[in-house]
Design a protein around this ligand. Structure first.
Ligand SMILES: Nc1ncnc2c1ncn2[C@@H]1O[C@H](COP(=O)(O)OP(=O)(O)OP(=O)(O)O)[C@@H](O)[C@H]1O
Length: 615
């Protein structure tokens, strides 16, 4: 397999170089390999569950439809040669009656076939989308670090949708066309071998054309999927960052870049569909050659009385049928290429393994007391750039540990390792003496609560958002949690209280309110270990005092890790860990560190000076 990552390279296109100065997207890999039968086989395994119930009906209906269609020219031949020419009206009447019956059967067969293929197709699409979404839910942080959200969105929506045609019409049409094609060839050759062979000789011409165009069409469709993915990434980023965009009045710049991407998308579609369309006319020309052969050679055979006029007309009708499936096979081939390009991208994500994987022998972490030990932790997000360089921290059960240090010193990273969002490169994290890699992720995370810097509010009611901490919590428990963190009053002040609907990211709530909600959520989960990652950063002083009080209750009896920039909030911590460039520089309580007059002392002094200056 020859794969290479392709980036939006501004140098390739001057317009892009101007518009693309701000945005650079890592494109999907351009997968460049011959038609992958294994992949097609894998795609079709999604039809397996329906193999016994609906597929037999579809196949029977398909055969009935194809056979009835092939019967009509036979009837035409009999009508011309045995009824019209000898003026046998009785026979003609009977043939017309039979033809009518054949058409009705054909219509019924097609109706049922379409109905069931639609059902199977929709179910396959549902199953595939379900698998992809469930799989993505389980992937580790490292996966999301390197993929724009848009590239995930486009897979679950557009790429899965683009398989719809293949599963609803494509596969069955392919079978029908193959049956029809073989049937016609057999009929033509058995009616008159010489004339049949002379016409069928044009078939290799069609396959020659298709092979020539095949690779170009495939590349063109891959390019379309890449452009769509890029467009989605940009769209997603623009919507997420709309506030910053408007604050810096960068709308025009965004529109310019979007237009440019939109244009790229349009052009790649145009190119791909033009290549597609070139298939049709080429096949029509080959079809015309077939007719020329038929009438030229056919007329000769009629003169030598080798064939009848009825047979010539039947041949002409069959040729009409003959080119129809070939044209459709050409279209089907492009459809298959689109499906291949999309499924490559889908399977690429389905094959991603979570980097934080559970051991097959992982056991349940029993109810913990909350003793935590970080032992010689080394970690890097990217190879060669260590974010942690040998961390040793120990927290007794029930202790509160504060992590301080300059931005980028590794505070959040340590917490990420405690939750096992990532695994360390070296060293281990022990909870109650057990390496957290030996236990199930669910049993670990259910006992470690976290309030992240970026508090995420889901669309739903306030009550649902708090209940996210523990889905089986009663309404009373939800309200008790909210009361404990002083969120109850502001919630009651909202139009529908706890039943107020908030949109994704909680846009109707202030930053402080969002944090209070996430506090209540964490409290409801009632974890033995609680991580507060700069959770108090955007709460005003009055609320902060309330929170401090609530936190005392919240933290009582739990091991807690507090990552905070505002040093005033962590004075009472049992242990303060000072980090710098991924190393522990100091450790002790507030008084001890102040006496040492080193980094922590310096940080306190700096903050004090700053507060005095701004105050
Ligand atoms: N997802 C990531 N991918 C790559 N590097 C990362 C990622 N997250 C953090 N880093 C890097 O790891 C280092 C430690 O980051 P970390 O977020 O732990 O710092 P922090 O002390 O919590 O900073 P802050 O106080 O600003 O939140 C930084 O150099 C940062 O650039």
């Amino acid at each position: 397999m020859n794969t290479h990552a392709k980036q939006a390279n501004p140098a390739e296109n001057p317009a892009e170089s101007q518009a693309g100065q701000r945005f650079v997207y890592q494109d999907d890999e351009l997968i460049d390999k011959p038609f992958d039968w294994n992949q097609l086989r894998r795609l079709f395994t999604y039809m397996k569950p329906y193999r016994k119930q609906m597929l037999p009906i579809i196949i029977i209906m398909m055969f009935v439809g194809a056979i009835t269609k092939l019967t009509v020219p036979l009837l035409i031949r009999v009508a011309i040669d045995d009824a019209i020419t000898p003026k046998n009206n009785k026979l003609l009447f009977a043939i017309v009656g039979i033809m009518l019956g054949v058409y009705i059967i054909q219509w019924l067969a097609n109706t049922f076939r379409i109905k069931y293929t639609n059902i199977v197709g929709q179910r396959v699409i549902y199953d595939l989308r379900h698998d992809l979404f469930s799989h993505i839910q389980k992937l580790s942080f490292r996966f999301f670090d390197t993929r724009p959200a848009g590239s995930v969105l486009v897979r679950v929506t557009n790429y899965v949708n683009s398989l719809q045609d293949l599963f609803t019409n494509g596969v069955v049409n392919l079978l029908i066309d193959c049956v029809q094609l073989c049937g016609i060839m057999i009929i033509l050759l058995s009616f008159n071998f010489k004339l049949g062979a002379a016409i069928i000789i044009t078939v290799p011409l069609m396959f020659l054309i298709s092979t020539k165009l095949r690779l170009r069409i495939r590349r063109a469709w891959q390019d379309v999927t890449i452009k769509q993915s890029r467009l989605n990434s940009h769209l997603n980023e623009c919507i997420q960052g709309i506030r910053v965009t408007q604050a810096y009045t960068q709308e025009k710049e965004n529109i310019r870049f979007f237009n440019h991407m939109n244009m790229g998308n349009r052009l790649s579609w145009n190119r791909a569909s033009m290549l597609n369309q070139s298939f049709g006319p080429l096949i029509e020309i080959t079809g015309a050659i077939g007719y020329c052969i038929l009438f030229w050679y056919g007329a000769h055979l009629i003169q030598t009385e080798e064939i009848t006029i009825g047979l010539l007309v039947a041949f002409a009708t069959y040729i009409g049928y003959f080119w129809e499936p070939i044209t459709r096979l050409g279209q089907m081939y492009s459809q298959l290429l689109v499906a291949m390009a999309s499924s490559e991208r889908i399977f690429e994500y389905l094959d991603e393994k979570p980097t934080v994987a559970e051991l097959p022998a992982a056991k349940e972490l029993p109810s913990i007391t909350g003793h935590v030990k970080f032992e010689n932790l080394v970690f890097e997000y990217e190879p060669g750039r260590p974010a942690l360089k040998g961390i040793n921290i120990e927290a007794e059960a029930g202790q509160s540990i504060a992590l301080v240090g300059h931005t980028g010193s590794g505070k959040s990273t340590i917490m990420n390792l405690l939750c096992r969002f990532y695994d360390p490169v070296e060293g281990r994290v022990l909870i109650d003496g057990t390496d957290i890699r030996e236990v199930t992720i669910q049993s670990l995370r259910s006992q470690v609560g976290i309030v992240l810097q970026d508090t995420f509010i889901f669309s739903g009611t306030i009550r649902d958002n708090i209940r996210f901490g523990r889905l089986d919590a009663t309404d009373e428990e939800v309200e008790m949690a909210a009361k404990a963190v002083h969120a109850h009053d502001f919630i009651l002040g909202l139009p529908q209280g706890y039943d107020t609907e908030v949109q994704e990211r909680g846009n109707v709530l202030s930053m402080g309110q969002r944090q209070l909600i996430s506090f209540a959520r964490a409290l409801l989960a009632d974890p033995r270990i609680l991580i507060l990652d700069e959770a108090t950063a955007s709460i005003d002083t009055e609320t902060e005092l309330k929170i401090q009080e609530a936190l005392k209750t919240l933290l009582a009896g739990r091991t807690s890790f507090i990552v905070a920039h505002r040093l005033s909030t962590i004075r009472g911590a049992d242990k303060i860990i000072v980090l710098d460039h991924g190393r522990v520089m100091e450790s002790g309580n507030h008084e001890e560190l102040m006496r040492e007059q080193k980094i922590y002392y310096g940080l306190i002094q700096a903050q004090y000076k700053f507060l005095k200056e701004v105050g």
